[in-house]
Design a binder for this molecule. Structure first.
Ligand code: FMN
Length: 304
């Protein structure tokens, strides 16, 4: 087998996309594609045929590209983990265990996070400025997060958790997620509920792929996923302390939507979702982002 092309170290979604392209694992879709049903359909058919990752560069009505199908083959997962692309899934799992059971690598706080290049606050916040796909006709709406994560903090211990919980666009500045009972985000939410406080929360889209992988993998309670990601990379993840919510957030994320979840205010409206059948309207938590940050001048959205 041909040796993999040597890519630059991966520390954000852009360097991951570059590594995929170098290894012939990316296709740029230049034709106009509609975020409503079409984008999801094309990605699904492509994934069923074991096609490459896709970067939609011409999403109808937007100048923000959408990146999909990041990890749908073991070869791409290996590239994301900066491992030999010929490793099998079980070999990659073994590697993951080896790396994450050694020394944890604490994140590094930086002063000027790239994600703060564009900041939109208050009434100006409109999640529809991002090209979130609408997956299936029976879905209740568009999904801002399917391949990102929610950042929350334990109010007692300060433990930061990253959890991949899909987030649907429920209003101009309202996102809804079902955080399944017992998940770490739910454990945090219960603590805020007992205190009678709102829970600071930030939805993050487009990061170093190991952050998404750590956020969607079972990691013990009180273990910081930034440290897990650091141990996978063998170097610290760059983060910053939000001056809005005090949360610790990834410095080079593409998009962050930040606000508070009211643990007592669960959404009762909205259609059940075919994309996410587990989402039942009664258990959606409601978040009100009051600030959005889009990294650099031209951010990249990511989707499942
Ligand atoms: C693409 C994707 C979407 C997911 N969506 C949800 C979701 O909407 N709600 C949920 O509770 N878990 C969801 N999960 C599962 C959680 O990410 C997973 O259980 C993870 O371990 C949760 O983090 P936690 O252990 O820190 O709570 C999803 C996983 C993936 C890979």
């Amino acid at each position: 087998m041909k040796a993999p092309a040597k890519a630059k170290p991966i520390d954000d979604i852009r360097s991951y996309i570059a590594a995929l392209e170098l290894n012939g694992e990316l296709h740029r879709v230049t034709a106009e594609v509609d975020w409503k049903f079409e984008l999801c359909h094309v990605s699904k058919v492509n994934e069923e045929q074991k096609g490459p990752a896709l970067l939609y560069e011409n999403v109808k009505g937007y100048d923000i590209p959408v990146f999909t199908s990041a990890f749908t083959t073991s070869r791409r997962l290996a590239i994301a983990l900066e491992q030999d692309p010929s490793l099998s899934m079980s070999q990659l799992s073994k590697k993951w265990m080896e790396l994450t059971t050694k020394t944890m690598v604490k994140p590094k706080f930086v002063k000027n996070p790239q994600v703060k290049e564009n900041i939109i606050e208050g009434d100006a916040v409109d999640i529809n400025m991002f090209p979130s796909p609408w997956f299936y006709p029976d879905d209740g709406g568009r999904f801002f997060v399917t391949s990102g994560f929610l950042v929350t903090e334990d109010p007692d211990t300060g433990w930061t958790n990253l959890g991949t919980y899909r987030a649907q666009v429920l209003g101009k500045n309202i996102l809804g997620s079902q955080i399944i009972k017992g998940k770490h985000g739910d454990m945090h939410m219960k603590k805020y509920q007992e205190r009678g406080e709102l829970m600071p929360a930030a939805y993050v889209v487009g990061t170093d792929p190991v952050l998404f992988l750590a956020g969607s993998t079972l990691v013990s309670a009180q273990v910081d996923e930034y440290e897990v990601a650091g141990s996978l990379r063998g170097k610290p993840v760059e983060v910053f302390k939000s001056d809005l919510t005090g949360l610790t957030l990834p410095a080079n994320a593409e998009i962050i939507a930040e606000g508070w979840i009211d643990p007592n205010e669960l959404m009762g409206a909205g259609a059940p979702s075919a994309n996410a059948p587990a989402i039942t309207p009664a258990t959606r938590a409601r978040t009100i982002p009051s600030r959005c940050c889009a990294s650099r001048a031209s951010c990249i959205a990511t989707s499942r």
